[in-house]
Write a new protein. Structure first.
Length: 261
């Protein structure tokens, strides 16, 4: 067991509406014989908290405690058995092997976690040349190719991280650096965080898990020149050490003036 985020249910507050059981794509919650929400198995809970958004009584909350690690393959099998093939495709972190074992060799295009803001998905970008001139040429191309990007919401199991060039960027870098998308983000997957304002508990562990699981091609860390921002660099350094993976992170420092130091 390891310390991780997981759902906790205050039984006295649960009114048995059942909304949480349908909001949870992983099928981790059911109603018991007393019409109260209960956790089926710890390994089915991804800790993302989509169920919190629909609970009318506040009976649900996410806590950090020792618990069994979320298992996407076991969750896929659970949802496949209880809800069917189409529902199983929506399981967060379900991989190609799980789909292939049931004859579905085309990977699902989206890997949902329930809440639309935290659903893991890839974003297709058209790399074909665009004609010059006209109003369209004035728009700036986005190089973001996945969602979500905030470290609290990112899943280390998301398939688009596999073999990726990863950029871990402090929140302010995209605002300070005018060419952030074209100069820094292009061709990379993105994770953003603020070492000063975020609740960073668990960040190192999540980054270490992401690094360990995904055979990254490269790891770049973008921070601001302000002193507090160096905390993100140190978190990534600690995560690399904990992961045991021989990868050398590259540090890029962006000035308040928008120039790379």
């Amino acid at each position: 067991m390891s310390k991780r985020k997981i759902i906790e249910i205050e039984r006295d507050l649960c009114d048995g509406c059942g909304l949480c059981t349908t909001a949870c794509m992983e099928g981790a919650l059911v109603l018991d014989g007393e019409n109260k929400a209960v956790l089926v198995k710890e390994i089915f809970c991804d800790g993302m908290g989509a169920c919190l958004d629909v609970c009318p009584t506040g009976a649900l909350k996410i806590v950090e405690r020792d618990g069994e690690t979320y298992d996407p393959k076991a969750t896929y099998q659970h949802v496949l058995k209880t809800r069917g093939k189409e529902a199983a495709k929506q399981v967060l972190g379900a991989d190609d092997d799980a789909h292939a074992s049931h004859g579905d060799r085309k990977p699902a295009p989206h890997f949902h976690g329930g809440c639309p803001g935290s659903r893991a998905m890839e974003i297709a970008r058209d790399d074909s040349p665009k004609p010059s001139g006209g109003a369209a040429s004035a728009s700036v191309r986005s190089e973001l190719t996945q969602w979500p990007i905030q470290l609290h919401l990112v899943s280390p199991f998301a398939p688009y991280f596999q073999g990726a060039d990863l950029l871990v960027a402090a929140d302010c870098t995209a605002f300070a650096l005018g060419g952030f998308h074209s100069e820094m983000l292009k061709g990379k997957k993105l994770v953003i965080a603020c070492p000063k304002l975020d609740d960073t508990e668990g960040y190192v562990e999540k980054l270490a898990d992401l690094i360990k699981r995904n055979d990254l091609r490269s790891l770049t860390v973008a921070i601001m020149t302000v002193p507090c921002c160096s905390g993100l660099w140190h978190m990534v350094e600690d995560a690399v050490e904990r992961s045991g993976v021989a990868i050398e992170p590259k540090r890029i420092v962006v000035g308040i003036d928008g120039k790379i130091a």
